[in-house]
Design a protein around this ligand. Sequence first.
Ligand SMILES: Cc1cc2nc3c(=O)[nH]c(=O)nc-3n(C[C@H](O)[C@H](O)[C@H](O)COP(=O)(O)OP(=O)(O)OC[C@H]3O[C@@H](n4cnc5c(N)ncnc54)[C@H](O)[C@@H]3O)c2cc1C
Length: 473
Amino acid sequence: MGQGPSTSALQQCIEGVANNRAGFAAFAGSPLYQIQWVKPYNLDVLVEPAAVVRPQTAQDISDIIKCANANNVKVQAKSGGHSYQNYGVGGSDGAVAIDMVNFQKFSMDTKTWHATIGAGHRLGEVDKKLHAQGGRAMAHGVCPGVGLGGHATIGGLGPMSRMWGSCLDHIVEVEVVTADGKIQRASATQNEDLFWALRGSASGFGVITEFVMRTHPEPANIVQYEYTIKLGRQADVAPLYSKWQALMADPKLDRRFGSMFIMFPLGAIITGTFYGSQEEFLKSGIPNALPQDGNGHLVLNDWLGALAHDAEKEALYLSGLAMPFISRSLAFKRQDLLGPDKIKDLFSWVDTQKKGTLLWFIIFDAAGGAIEDVAQNATAFAHRDKVMYYQSYGIGLPVTKTTKDFITGFHDQVVQKAGAGTWGTYPGYVNNALVDQQKQYWDSNLPALEQIKARWDPKDLFHNPGSVRPAKK
Ligand SMILES: Cc1cc2nc3c(=O)[nH]c(=O)nc-3n(C[C@H](O)[C@H](O)[C@H](O)COP(=O)(O)OP(=O)(O)OC[C@H]3O[C@@H](n4cnc5c(N)ncnc54)[C@H](O)[C@@H]3O)c2cc1C
């Protein structure tokens, strides 16, 4: 905590809220500020917030928001701190980051099977608690270290999303602190417009303190498939990718199946998770469409085992630990998917490029299914019509220009080959190089979001470089 006459008005205000509670806040310039308080995920994106605060109650958050308002400083909530551009600590210098680590409330209503979950939970902890409370589950992504606060509010896509929808499709109600400092509830019947915006774009609309979420019974049996291709040239992998993509694009593909194709320096990996028994998997016809020689294998699992398996596999290419990296992404409608010739060109292009690192990965993940069932304008999430995403990662210490050129070049190649139809990406896979970022993240939902923002946060208090801006009057 700061002292003496040099203490800023913001600091004085936050220290007033802290009221001598230890570990409540730290300010730019204090010792070990970056390592112990800011804790950026992407070490290639330097961000120095004015303050990082660890409130204990919704009232604390309300008071901190009032301090930020009075001092004209931007605010961002930080839950798991896994934003690709460090948006949880503002994404650019000078914000107040509200670290939700103390918001760990959890309870289960065993009549409705709705869980009330504090916004400071990481996904791995949510899974364990849901399991302990009646063997319940919900859809979300694969990294256990990602925060529920940033994940359920932006989308939250995982292998079970084709079956159950995105994580945000599970939200029934939230408690949120808005730009005026009020602690409010939002749901289908309370502050409906705010509730709509919070499901897909919350970083620009408030600080959610707790979620009420619907849950499902855990699937009893899960089959996990993995196929590794160790070929020197990506061009040789291209036909396999084409086959995989055709399976993923099939509108009749069994919704119990989620899958990823991961291109990496030595070749590629196909992962698949089927939520059902081995017998049902065989009956689904999916195995016939997947490569099945000695490079593939199946693992039979239960729910927690399958989550751990996914996380372990993911950690091989994308660590939950902080690292310096560059990332790009793009979403595809069924009609935007590349045909076999263009795929071959794209994969051959990869072979010709200098990468500047041995740590690069390009992940294609299947969407569609239950995500597509929800109308495009039912929540702020605007990618209901997308059947696949690509995300790239170039990791380095530091990330060199060669690596940046490769990752950027790959994106340009995809856009060029996919043609004018390709537009936008899921904002959870932040791509800060996109022109007109907000339009590409929220597409046809953007005008309504800008109006709602003008109503709830006209001064753009909740702000990061990619968040929704208020409509101009
Ligand atoms: C290793 C890794 C794996 C990933 N895997 C997947 C995946 O499988 N599927 C997928 O969909 N995504 C995935 N992501 C992306 C991830 O979902 C987003 O980066 C998400 O926003 C991270 O949330 P967080 O709380 O950890 O991050 P933070 O940096 O804390 O927050 C990210 C954003 O959310 C806002 N936010 C956080 N908490 C709140 C809150 N309580 N109220 C309002 N706004 C809030 C922040 O202000 C910030 O703008 C992955 C990311 C990483 C780094």
